[in-house]
Design a protein around this ligand. Structure first.
Ligand code: HAM
Length: 409
């Protein structure tokens, strides 16, 4: 019978990679908590229109990448392609705004996009992300960027930071009209995708990685020239704060992001080490989205990072905790072995009771194979063996042995 394989673009994460996954998530969680963010666990399935109305009708995500299906009740639903839209929906639906002040939420989990799979790009991938609702202070932008940088630093991942401002909605609309006119005149020099984007999503043309498109748009009008005084001042403040925090950045006037909801600040953390899919974390402000989706006017901002991309860049996991193997020397000591393993675990020490009957030699072989740092032999006179030095020590009773062991670890 033919074997069933995993679906293209989906992965099993196991062994060393599962450890890296946990390491990335645990590290991020610690930093989120330090910045006083609270966790929100969001559904994987949402009404399709949530993403159409937030991520944007004309974006690649909505046009061609969403997993959409009809459930048994005839609802048109989508597997979430990102977390921001759901966070905004929850913020409105759960009336989080009613508590006053501002809200800092973080999330973690799988996202789904029907993209062409390649290294660092999958159809099911995982993000850690955070959103701040209810503050328009550029201090929030600076703190958010600092927090992401801190997570990356903790993971020893080297990146460069690119920032840009998209201005407010009105300025951007004015700019897009001028840009469309410019692009129409150069239509012949653009790739097929970009030609389609002229009407639908002209900003994305500036983001195209194809050389001929880059060349054709070299002298395109610059968004910065259309932006309101207020937005420019906000951008100046952000730069000032980033300087004060000693965060290096480059201003990339072409950075526009692939989702429609952004206003003012946008940013990306990029690495050159993993090929074409080099953006490891990205985000920005979306001051009009909450209102657009039916909530009260609420400025907001956030970011998300791709866990798989971070995993590709983590080369060292923190030192492993020492493992203790407990071996009942003969079957008569099995019950004593069971109890001993429990007692050691109570001391928060990682312990494996060797679950194998047979000769002492075969049990030792197994202890070696699983990488035990110490072996506890359970018999009348319990013994402790240091597997690194080979030293062995006999104890009067098991409690003395456990005390000695706890002192060593
Ligand atoms: P995004 O740029 O679409 O933004 O995705 C954020 C990150 O998710 C990317 O930088 C990348 O690391 C990872 N990522 C995206 N697609 C894939 C994929 N197919 N395979 C592997 N990793 C991927 C957002 O999702 C926004 N919600 C970010 C945000 C939050 N903006 C404001 N708040």
């Amino acid at each position: 019978m033919s074997r069933i394989k995993k679906v293209r673009g989906f992965q099993d994460i196991y062994g060393e990679n599962a450890k890296k996954y946990r390491f990335v998530v645990d590290t991020a969680r610690k930093i989120f908590e330090r910045y006083n963010f609270e966790e929100i666990i969001l559904p994987y399935v949402e009404d399709v229109s949530l993403f159409i109305r937030s991520v944007g009708e004309e974006t690649d995500i909505v046009q061609k990448e969403m997993y959409i299906f009809e459930d048994r009740g005839g609802r048109r639903v989508a597997l979430r392609p990102e977390g921001t839209a759901s966070a905004v929906r929850a913020y409105i639906e759960e009336k989080l705004y009613a508590k006053g002040g501002y809200h800092k939420l973080f999330y973690e989990g799988a996202m789904f996009r029907y993209e062409r799979p390649q290294a660092g790009r999958y159809r099911q991938f995982h993000q850690i992300g955070a959103e701040i609702f209810g503050t328009d202070s550029p201090l929030a932008d600076a703190e958010l960027i600092k927090m992401v940088k801190e997570i990356l630093d903790r993971l020893c991942i080297e990146v460069r930071l690119e920032i840009n401002t998209l201005g407010d909605f009105e300025s951007r609309k004015r700019y897009m009209e001028v840009l469309k006119e410019f692009l129409k005149k150069r239509e012949d020099a653009l790739c097929e995708d970009c030609r389609k984007r002229i009407e639908r999503n002209p900003l994305r043309v500036l983001d195209c990685k194809i050389e001929s498109c880059r060349e054709a748009t070299k002298d395109a009008p610059v968004l910065m020239d259309f932006i309101s005084e207020e937005s420019l001042q906000r951008f100046e403040k952000l730069k000032e704060y980033l300087n004060a925090l000693k965060i290096e950045y480059e201003i990339n006037p072409r950075l526009v992001r692939g989702l429609d909801y952004y206003t003012d600040t946008v940013f990306e953390f990029i690495t050159d080490k993993i090929g074409a899919q080099g953006t490891v974390a990205a985000g920005g402000r979306y001051d009009t989205l909450v209102n657009q989706l039916g909530g009260p006017e609420t400025p907001a901002l956030g970011f998300a990072a791709g866990i798989e991309r971070l995993m590709l860049l983590v080369d060292k996991l923190p030192e492993k905790k020492s493992l203790i193997a407990v071996i009942p020397v003969v079957t008569e000591f099995n019950i004593e072995g069971l109890k001993t393993a429990q007692k050691i675990r109570e001391k928060e020490i990682k312990t494996e009771l060797i679950l194998k009957e047979g000769s002492l030699k075969s049990k030792m072989k197994l202890a070696n194979k699983i990488g035990a740092r110490y072996v506890v032999f359970v018999s009348e006179k319990p013994e402790l063996k240091d597997m690194e030095t080979g030293e062995q020590e006999i104890f009067q009773n098991i409690d003395d042995l456990i005390d000695a062991l706890a002192g060593k670890i």
